[in-house]
Design a protein. Structure first.
Lengths: 64, 153
Protein backbone atom coordinates (compact mmCIF):
# COMPACT_ATOMS: atom_id res chain seq x y z
CA UNK A 1 0.00 0.00 0.00
CA UNK A 2 1.37 3.42 -1.00
CA UNK A 3 1.29 6.35 1.37
CA UNK A 4 2.18 10.03 1.56
CA UNK A 5 3.75 9.94 4.99
CA UNK A 6 7.18 11.16 3.84
CA UNK A 7 5.69 14.17 2.03
CA UNK A 8 3.31 15.03 4.86
CA UNK A 9 6.09 14.67 7.39
CA UNK A 10 8.30 17.02 5.37
CA UNK A 11 5.46 19.55 5.20
CA UNK A 12 5.14 19.48 8.97
CA UNK A 13 8.90 19.46 9.45
CA UNK A 14 8.74 16.29 11.55
CA UNK A 15 11.42 13.65 11.72
CA UNK A 16 10.48 9.98 11.70
CA UNK A 17 11.28 9.89 15.42
CA UNK A 18 8.88 12.76 16.10
CA UNK A 19 6.05 11.10 14.19
CA UNK A 20 6.86 7.82 15.96
CA UNK A 21 6.58 9.60 19.30
CA UNK A 22 3.19 11.06 18.36
CA UNK A 23 1.67 7.72 17.27
CA UNK A 24 3.35 5.53 19.90
CA UNK A 25 5.59 3.28 17.83
CA UNK A 26 9.33 3.03 17.22
CA UNK A 27 11.15 5.08 14.59
CA UNK A 28 12.03 1.88 12.74
CA UNK A 29 8.34 1.06 12.56
CA UNK A 30 7.50 4.45 11.03
CA UNK A 31 10.33 3.90 8.55
CA UNK A 32 8.89 0.50 7.57
CA UNK A 33 5.39 1.94 7.09
CA UNK A 34 6.64 5.02 5.25
CA UNK A 35 8.67 2.94 2.79
CA UNK A 36 5.75 0.59 2.11
CA UNK A 37 7.53 -2.35 3.71
CA UNK A 38 4.75 -2.88 6.24
CA UNK A 39 1.01 -2.22 5.99
CA UNK A 40 -0.17 -0.82 9.32
CA UNK A 41 -3.20 -2.12 11.19
CA UNK A 42 -6.32 0.05 11.16
CA UNK A 43 -5.67 1.42 14.68
CA UNK A 44 -2.12 2.46 13.75
CA UNK A 45 -3.27 3.89 10.40
CA UNK A 46 -5.90 5.96 12.25
CA UNK A 47 -3.29 7.19 14.73
CA UNK A 48 -0.99 8.23 11.88
CA UNK A 49 -3.67 10.11 9.95
CA UNK A 50 -4.90 11.73 13.19
CA UNK A 51 -1.37 13.03 13.81
CA UNK A 52 -1.54 14.80 10.44
CA UNK A 53 -5.16 15.87 10.95
CA UNK A 54 -6.21 14.13 7.74
CA UNK A 55 -8.48 11.28 6.59
CA UNK A 56 -7.19 7.77 5.91
CA UNK A 57 -7.64 8.09 2.15
CA UNK A 58 -5.59 11.30 2.17
CA UNK A 59 -2.57 9.51 3.61
CA UNK A 60 -2.86 5.91 2.43
CA UNK A 61 -3.44 5.12 -1.22
CA UNK A 62 -4.72 1.85 -2.58
CA UNK A 63 -2.40 0.25 -5.12
CA UNK A 64 -3.97 -1.04 -8.35
CA UNK B 1 5.82 5.71 22.57
CA UNK B 2 6.51 2.05 23.12
CA UNK B 3 9.51 1.17 25.21
CA UNK B 4 12.71 0.77 23.21
CA UNK B 5 14.25 -2.67 23.64
CA UNK B 6 16.89 -2.25 26.32
CA UNK B 7 19.86 -4.58 25.76
CA UNK B 8 20.79 -4.74 29.46
CA UNK B 9 17.24 -5.57 30.52
CA UNK B 10 16.99 -8.16 27.75
CA UNK B 11 20.23 -9.85 28.84
CA UNK B 12 19.07 -9.73 32.47
CA UNK B 13 15.77 -11.34 31.42
CA UNK B 14 17.50 -14.11 29.46
CA UNK B 15 20.02 -14.82 32.23
CA UNK B 16 17.84 -17.30 34.23
CA UNK B 17 17.47 -19.45 31.10
CA UNK B 18 21.25 -19.89 31.10
CA UNK B 19 22.07 -19.71 34.80
CA UNK B 20 19.52 -22.19 36.18
CA UNK B 21 20.57 -25.14 33.94
CA UNK B 22 24.25 -24.20 34.41
CA UNK B 23 23.82 -24.19 38.19
CA UNK B 24 21.97 -27.51 38.01
CA UNK B 25 24.72 -29.12 35.93
CA UNK B 26 27.41 -27.68 38.20
CA UNK B 27 25.67 -28.96 41.34
CA UNK B 28 24.69 -32.31 39.78
CA UNK B 29 27.18 -34.49 41.66
CA UNK B 30 26.39 -32.87 45.01
CA UNK B 31 22.64 -33.09 44.40
CA UNK B 32 22.88 -36.77 43.48
CA UNK B 33 24.67 -37.51 46.75
CA UNK B 34 22.42 -35.30 48.86
CA UNK B 35 19.05 -36.16 47.34
CA UNK B 36 19.32 -39.62 45.80
CA UNK B 37 18.20 -40.80 42.37
CA UNK B 38 14.44 -40.28 42.73
CA UNK B 39 14.65 -36.73 44.05
CA UNK B 40 17.36 -35.97 41.49
CA UNK B 41 14.91 -36.93 38.71
CA UNK B 42 12.26 -34.69 40.29
CA UNK B 43 14.70 -31.77 40.54
CA UNK B 44 15.83 -32.31 36.92
CA UNK B 45 12.18 -32.25 35.81
CA UNK B 46 11.53 -29.11 37.86
CA UNK B 47 14.55 -27.38 36.29
CA UNK B 48 13.39 -28.35 32.78
CA UNK B 49 9.82 -27.13 33.47
CA UNK B 50 11.12 -23.87 34.98
CA UNK B 51 13.40 -23.16 32.01
CA UNK B 52 10.67 -23.94 29.48
CA UNK B 53 7.99 -22.01 31.37
CA UNK B 54 10.20 -19.00 32.04
CA UNK B 55 11.46 -18.89 28.43
CA UNK B 56 7.88 -18.86 27.13
CA UNK B 57 6.82 -16.26 29.70
CA UNK B 58 9.81 -14.07 28.85
CA UNK B 59 9.08 -14.35 25.10
CA UNK B 60 5.42 -13.43 25.74
CA UNK B 61 6.35 -10.42 27.91
CA UNK B 62 8.98 -9.26 25.44
CA UNK B 63 6.62 -9.49 22.46
CA UNK B 64 3.78 -7.73 24.31
CA UNK B 65 5.97 -4.68 24.89
CA UNK B 66 6.67 -4.23 21.17
CA UNK B 67 4.69 -2.24 18.61
CA UNK B 68 2.91 -4.02 15.76
CA UNK B 69 5.74 -3.74 13.24
CA UNK B 70 8.22 -5.26 15.69
CA UNK B 71 5.66 -7.93 16.60
CA UNK B 72 5.33 -8.75 12.90
CA UNK B 73 9.11 -9.06 12.78
CA UNK B 74 9.09 -11.41 15.75
CA UNK B 75 6.27 -13.41 14.12
CA UNK B 76 8.29 -13.72 10.92
CA UNK B 77 11.35 -14.73 12.95
CA UNK B 78 9.36 -17.40 14.80
CA UNK B 79 7.77 -18.67 11.58
CA UNK B 80 11.14 -19.23 9.90
CA UNK B 81 13.57 -19.32 12.81
CA UNK B 82 11.96 -22.32 14.55
CA UNK B 83 12.01 -24.58 11.43
CA UNK B 84 15.55 -23.39 10.67
CA UNK B 85 16.63 -24.35 14.19
CA UNK B 86 14.90 -27.72 13.85
CA UNK B 87 16.60 -28.37 10.53
CA UNK B 88 19.96 -27.36 12.03
CA UNK B 89 19.44 -29.85 14.86
CA UNK B 90 18.65 -32.67 12.42
CA UNK B 91 21.74 -31.83 10.37
CA UNK B 92 23.88 -31.70 13.51
CA UNK B 93 22.52 -35.06 14.58
CA UNK B 94 23.80 -36.56 11.32
CA UNK B 95 27.37 -35.39 11.96
CA UNK B 96 29.64 -37.93 13.71
CA UNK B 97 31.53 -35.21 15.70
CA UNK B 98 28.21 -33.99 17.13
CA UNK B 99 27.17 -37.58 17.88
CA UNK B 100 30.49 -38.10 19.70
CA UNK B 101 30.01 -34.87 21.66
CA UNK B 102 26.45 -35.80 22.64
CA UNK B 103 27.58 -39.28 23.70
CA UNK B 104 30.43 -37.82 25.75
CA UNK B 105 28.05 -35.34 27.45
CA UNK B 106 25.56 -38.09 28.25
CA UNK B 107 28.45 -40.19 29.56
CA UNK B 108 29.65 -37.30 31.74
CA UNK B 109 26.14 -36.76 33.00
CA UNK B 110 25.76 -40.44 33.80
CA UNK B 111 28.88 -40.27 35.97
CA UNK B 112 30.18 -43.68 37.02
CA UNK B 113 28.10 -45.48 34.39
CA UNK B 114 29.68 -43.52 31.52
CA UNK B 115 31.64 -46.48 30.18
CA UNK B 116 28.52 -48.26 28.95
CA UNK B 117 27.10 -45.36 26.92
CA UNK B 118 26.40 -46.44 23.36
CA UNK B 119 26.52 -43.76 20.64
CA UNK B 120 23.66 -45.28 18.63
CA UNK B 121 21.45 -45.35 21.74
CA UNK B 122 22.19 -41.68 22.47
CA UNK B 123 21.49 -40.65 18.86
CA UNK B 124 18.29 -42.74 18.77
CA UNK B 125 17.10 -41.23 22.06
CA UNK B 126 17.79 -37.70 20.81
CA UNK B 127 16.02 -38.45 17.51
CA UNK B 128 12.97 -39.86 19.30
CA UNK B 129 12.94 -36.92 21.72
CA UNK B 130 13.15 -34.48 18.85
CA UNK B 131 10.31 -36.23 16.98
CA UNK B 132 8.19 -36.22 20.16
CA UNK B 133 8.73 -32.46 20.62
CA UNK B 134 7.84 -31.70 17.00
CA UNK B 135 4.76 -33.94 17.17
CA UNK B 136 3.53 -32.41 20.43
CA UNK B 137 4.18 -28.89 19.13
CA UNK B 138 2.08 -29.69 16.06
CA UNK B 139 -0.74 -31.04 18.24
CA UNK B 140 -0.41 -27.98 20.51
CA UNK B 141 -0.66 -25.66 17.49
CA UNK B 142 -3.82 -27.42 16.27
CA UNK B 143 -5.44 -27.27 19.74
CA UNK B 144 -4.59 -23.60 20.34
CA UNK B 145 -5.75 -22.71 16.83
CA UNK B 146 -9.10 -24.43 17.53
CA UNK B 147 -9.41 -22.52 20.83
CA UNK B 148 -8.66 -19.24 19.02
CA UNK B 149 -11.42 -19.89 16.49
CA UNK B 150 -13.90 -21.08 19.14
CA UNK B 151 -13.36 -17.81 21.04
CA UNK B 152 -14.30 -15.88 17.89
CA UNK B 153 -17.54 -17.64 16.98
Amino acid sequence: MKNRIRVLRAEKGWSQAELAEKVGVSRNSINAVENGKFDPSLPLAFRIVAAFGLKVEEVFLQED
Amino acid sequence: MTARPNAARFVLGVLPIVLVPAAFIAARSWLETALGDTMMTVVAGAVAIFVMGYANYFAFRFQRGQDEVRQAGLGFAAQWGVPAGQAAFVLLLLLPPFQDLATRLVGDFAGDDATGVDRSVVVSAMTLGFCAIVLLQTIGLAVVNSIWWMARR
